[in-house]
Design a binder for this molecule. Structure first.
Ligand code: RB5
Length: 145
């Protein structure tokens, strides 16, 4: 799957930033499917992390974005699943390196931590940086052994 197909979800704490990201991706003509939540009522982030995680593991999508208050709960939840490499970068350098060296397949973001512009900058770098492969592939394989 070469073209980026994104699965996105949030809990209530990430609802507004998730909508900003969906609008941004639509402007870029990037395929994105919203797995919820669909309102600001309190809900549980592991439920939404699991939806996106399974969509990626089933190969229906190749990248995922998960938004909560801090990005941390979503990151922890997604990384419980073998084959998932979820990262919560606080800056675009970490976002870039997470793609180059770690082939991160899920980006988690914190609505209560990042402004919209900072979040979109991180997202943009994460979307447009390829995996370097080579010696890093062996290390990634070790994660799932
Ligand atoms: C919800 O209040 C909050 O705990 C959640 O969005 C997230 O930040 C958890 O890590």
């Amino acid at each position: 799957m070469n073209k980026i197909k994104i699965a996105i979800a949030s809990d209530h704490g990430g609802f507004d930033l998730k909508n900003e990201i969906i609008n941004y991706l639509a402007l870029q003509k990037i395929d994105v499917f919203d797995f919820g939540t669909h309102d600001k009522n309190s809900c549980d982030y592991p439920v939404y992390a699991k939806k996106v995680t399974l969509a990626i593991l089933n190969n229906d999508f190749n990248r995922g974005i998960l938004v909560c208050g801090t990005g941390i709960g979503m990151q922890i939840a997604a990384n419980r699943f073998k084959g998932i490499r979820a990262v919560c970068p606080g800056n675009s350098y970490c976002a870039k390196m997470s793609r180059l060296h770690n082939d991160s397949n899920i980006l988690t973001l914190g609505q209560r931590v990042l402004g919209v512009d900072a979040a979109l900058e991180i997202l943009n770098v994460w979307l447009n940086t390829p995996f370097e492969g080579g010696r890093h592939q062996k290390r990634i394989d070790m994660l799932d052994e």
